[in-house]
Design a protein around this ligand. Sequence first.
Ligand SMILES: Nc1ncnc2c1ncn2[C@@H]1O[C@H](COP(=O)(O)OP(=O)(O)OP(=O)(O)O)[C@@H](O)[C@H]1O
Length: 342
Amino acid sequence: MGFFDFWTEDIAIDLGTANTLIIHDGKVVIDSPSIVARDRTTGKIIATGRDASLMQGKTHENIKTIRPLKDGVIADFQASEEMIKEFVKSIPSIKKKVFAPSLRMVICIPSGITEVEKRAVRDSAIHMNAKEIYLIYEPMAAAIGVGIDIMEPRGNMIIDIGGGTTEIAVIALAGIVCDKSVKVAGDLFTNDIMYYMRTQHNLHVGETTAEKIKIQIGAATEDLETPPDDMLVQGRDLLSGKPKQVQVSYREIAKALDKSILRIEDAVMECLSSTPPELAADIYNTGIYMAGGGSMLRGLDKRLSRKTDLPVYIAEDPLRAVVRGTGIALKELEKYKSVLLS
Ligand SMILES: Nc1ncnc2c1ncn2[C@@H]1O[C@H](COP(=O)(O)OP(=O)(O)OP(=O)(O)O)[C@@H](O)[C@H]1O
């Protein structure tokens, strides 16, 4: 270990549209919604992560909640930098330090990201005192995170359904052979539910409530083997303006999400049809792996399996697969150098 290594901390970041996760010393030390709350009069950030997320939809005119990432990329640079700084500062072993350490970072990025967007991620890391920065594509990180040996001469398909994007990739010999990134994921599912409640029940529900509906009774198909019970949903009646409650079934939510899921199905089929035949033969044997929070939507694995005639497996801890893979790449930098963009 060099002298200056005492001042260097290694961190792996999954900077997601919905959640930011950080691994430090081999452990997940931050797992928090990607949200900040800003005081409009002073311009200062007054809450970050979970605290800011509790304020969402309940703020007055002096407070604004911001989600700094949109569709997997940084949309508000200042807010995103301040958010990551707060997260890094709150890591217990870094908090104890008198001087801010310099950082060696591996950050994962969507595969459909542009050069300008990559530059923005790098610049943000530099402003945070990062002296070594590596970027890794999300599907690659997800594949490592679910335990796929990406170095092998064997094709594997991975689908990462996050908050802003769904990334589909075929990986072999440590490279992405073909990929497809669509802006259809958890956030759009939530919007679909808000729209459905407005148009079918005349009920205006907020984003937080719509996300709760998605998690509690959301489904990708109307024929679930073990369906969840109906849910009572409260919101504001669009006609009378009064608070109102309605009962909603998973079948209704499956209908509400159908169009978005069709778009994911199409993207998967497109990726499969551009896969070279030898790799397609491998995928026939290995099946498809899914990661990301969106992959937990009930029945989505079955629906994709029916569509592709392939077995579909969901990662053990889908919300953490990407950060786990990013953390492994950080730990074994030499081994994974060929998949890291420096
Ligand atoms: N049980 C569940 N069922 C359906 N969706 C879920 C469930 N749990 C979490 N989600 C959704 O998963 C999404 C977040 O997933 P994840 O943390 O993987 O995304 P992200 O990495 O922040 O996004 P991106 O990769 O697009 O930048 C959210 O939209 C959330 O509502």
